[in-house]
Design a protein around this ligand. Structure first.
Ligand code: FPP
Length: 241
């Protein structure tokens, strides 16, 4: 069986792939388990896809791990997700280092429980010199929060005469987002059949190719990731020209 991996053109790789990891709950339910079992299995997919991205030579991989809206889920699910995140990050730090992966986080990190924030910052610091893949976790993230936050920061700088209104460009706005220093995604993948963006990287995906698959996140494996890259490479990107 020929694999999608062999079909990838390594000279035209997407530089940045963003993923909306959806369907953990449905995957678990279909098997008669609690939603948390779905999240636990979702971690296996996170590991697989991170490895696949590093091996392929992708420079940035952003995973939507926890949205601002997810805080409204039942307390036991929020706690389980936080625990899973922190445990995984802690356990995987040596592997990230071994594979030259740098961890970053975007989102309203001030809302994370203190213990989780500390462990996250430790992993970010311990992997900061790596220059292979940058793995970006979107945590307590929503695009509207991010844009709202950027506007406040920018208005403040205008008020303090650090920047004048006439000098504000698209690039200026990008620099006030939590994704500053991260290039815009070339490809965004959403699993589990939902055809929407759900408040993820709205400013950044102006010219991003979108890829939707029915596969639930816990079933998403390296081959699914390669398939998305092959599909991306078959598209013609014109950037509005
Ligand atoms: C969406 O499925 C998934 C999430 C909200 C959480 C994703 C988290 C993980 C995969 C685990 C930890 C991640 C890292 C980076 C270590 P859903 O619960 O919305 O599924 P549903 O739509 O079927 O209900």
């Amino acid at each position: 069986m020929s694999s999608f991996k062999e079909k990838i053109d390594s000279y035209h790789l997407p530089r940045h792939i963003a993923i909306i990891m959806d369907g953990n709950g449905r995957w678990a339910k279909e098997r008669g388990y609690d939603r948390i079992f779905g999240h636990q299995n979702g971690v296996i997919s996170v590991r697989e896809v991170t490895e696949a991205a590093a091996e392929t030579g992708i420079k940035y991989l952003t995973l939507y791990a926890f949205s601002t809206e997810n805080w409204a889920r039942p307390e036991h699910e929020v706690n389980a997700l936080m625990e899973l995140l922190v445990d995984t990050i802690e356990k995987e730090t040596p592997t990230l280092n071994k594979n030259n992966v740098r961890l970053k986080a975007i989102g309203d990190l001030s809302r994370l429980p203190a213990g989780a924030a500390k462990k996250l910052q430790r992993c970010i610091a311990e992997t900061s010199v790596n220059d292979g893949l940058t793995l970006v976790l979107a945590l307590s993230y929503s695009s509207r929060w991010e844009i709202n936050n950027a506007i406040k920061l920018l208005c403040n700088d205008v008020k303090n005469s650090k920047i004048s209104i006439s000098d504000i460009t698209d690039e200026t706005i990008s620099n006030y987002l939590t994704t500053r220093e991260i290039p815009d995604p070339d490809l965004m993948i959403r699993t589990s059949g939902e055809i929407r963006i759900s408040n993820f990287l709205l400013w950044q995906i102006a010219y991003t190719e979108l890829y939707f698959t029915n596969t639930h996140w816990p079933d998403f494996r390296k081959e699914n990731f390669y398939e998305a890259i092959v599909e991306y490479q078959s598209r013609e990107r014109r950037f509005g020209k």
